[in-house]
Design a protein around this ligand. Sequence first.
Ligand SMILES: Cc1cc2nc3c(=O)[nH]c(=O)nc-3n(C[C@H](O)[C@H](O)[C@H](O)COP(=O)(O)OP(=O)(O)OC[C@H]3O[C@@H](n4cnc5c(N)ncnc54)[C@H](O)[C@@H]3O)c2cc1C
Length: 499
Amino acid sequence: MSANGFLKPCSNVVKSFCRAYKASGIPELTQVRHNVKRGNYGTLDGKDVAFFESIVGRNHMLQEDLQGYNVDFLRAVRGNSQLVLKPNSSEQVSAILKYCNERKLAICPQGGNTGLVGGSVPVCDEIVLSLTHLDKILHIDEITGIASCEAGCILENLDLKARESGLVVPLDLGAKSSCHIGGNVSTNAGGLRVLRYGNLHGSVLGVEAILANGEILDLMSDFKKDNTGYHLKHLFIGSEGTLGVVTKVSILCAPQPQAQHVAFLGVPSFDDVLKNFRNARQFLGEILSSCELVDAGSLDCSVSHFKLNSPIEGYPFYMLIETSGSNAEHDMEKFNRFLENGIEKGQILDGTITGEVSKMREIWKLRELVSVALAEDGFCFKYDISLPLREFYHIVEVMKERVGHLANRVCGYGHLGDSNLHLNITCPEFTPEIYKCVEPFVYEFTSQLKGSISAEHGIGFLKRNYLKYSKSPAAIEKMREMKQLLDPNGILNPYKVLN
Ligand SMILES: Cc1cc2nc3c(=O)[nH]c(=O)nc-3n(C[C@H](O)[C@H](O)[C@H](O)COP(=O)(O)OP(=O)(O)OC[C@H]3O[C@@H](n4cnc5c(N)ncnc54)[C@H](O)[C@@H]3O)c2cc1C
């Protein structure tokens, strides 16, 4: 077992991919592809640039070579910003927003730019407000487990620091080497261990956020329990930069697990996947920390793209099951009983289990690199939906019938333990024909099953027209009123979340 607790399977691959990715491939301008009418915002001029320079300094702003800030990770959208600002304090963010609000200049807050719904890059010519220089870790308390940091702190850096105190950040995702904690909070990121630690609405204790008018809202807290009126912090968890800019975060970390095991299993049918999940909950109980599904098409993509070795092959479904506990021997006994039961009943056909760090890392790679491999498989239509477990995989089969002949690949994988499916359709290039076959069908299908059209990636730009499939008109109206109250000029991340 690693002294570091959580595994960090493939962070370097994702990191270098994120960098390389930003430099390659230029999608059509979003404004053109999606026929977006620019809002009634001010236009950046020389006086504005001089003002921003007086706030952040010449070395903390960019006016050239902005492609990495204008294009998203999936190369699905491209903005046309002419200016990137990189403030290094809450006060600088406040001064920038106050000025932009007065001048009605639109702003796009940006963290690690790993978002998958086109929320992190401008749609038109919004100024990019990069939080990259607000990256300090402020405090880690090894007794209480509370960590506080600035919003631009990279998730992996916070996690590594927390481990030095015997703690782990209760959030882990494939993009951890690039995404920021502020971006995670702003998207209410889920990831690989929501099953164990819950989502960020539970573990984030407080935030500092800067409102559109520049007001600094200090909602930082060191307490789990604080019932003093409305819990305003929740407004900034998952609001994707449309209500305020998160500048600081306080988060409750978990103790590092003392023992970890990972199994990778070949399963004959989706029905058996469900039975295995039920058994995993029963047999493994509180030590079950992750339950992921990878279908044959997804595994094939990561294995062939990254030339990985899968310990098993030839099955329609694979499950990655992880336990995190405090006694290796005891945990292994439980795991063995679970496996024996599954094998006996024919629900598990083959598999491997390990507690060795290097082997666990190899197994996690198979799952974590699926997302990156699919993004490289051509133009990728990516859906992140919550569905009732019994219906979880049906949409992949339906989509294969609908668009299989136009696609390179139609496959599904994801966080089975959280009822969260990543449906992916890759094709040689974006075409209106395939787009029309897929959308809005995928959202209608999800809505009919009372699922969520966005389980964890958010709404951003790409899903804003489909919010109605998961929220009632009354709820959307309240969201609009909230936006109007906090950002009356609509300068914060316009064209996102609400249309
Ligand atoms: C390989 C890979 C795997 C992934 N796996 C997962 C996963 O398992 N679970 C999951 O939930 N997501 C996953 N994602 C998506 C993405 O990593 C998350 O949404 C992440 O939280 C985004 O963080 P970021 O710093 O990159 O934010 P960005 O992409 O820069 O921004 C995302 C949104 O937040 C806003 N924002 C960013 N920072 C701030 C701030 N400080 N204040 C206000 N608004 C801000 C932006 O305007 C944008 O709307 C994955 C992405 C990749 C590339």
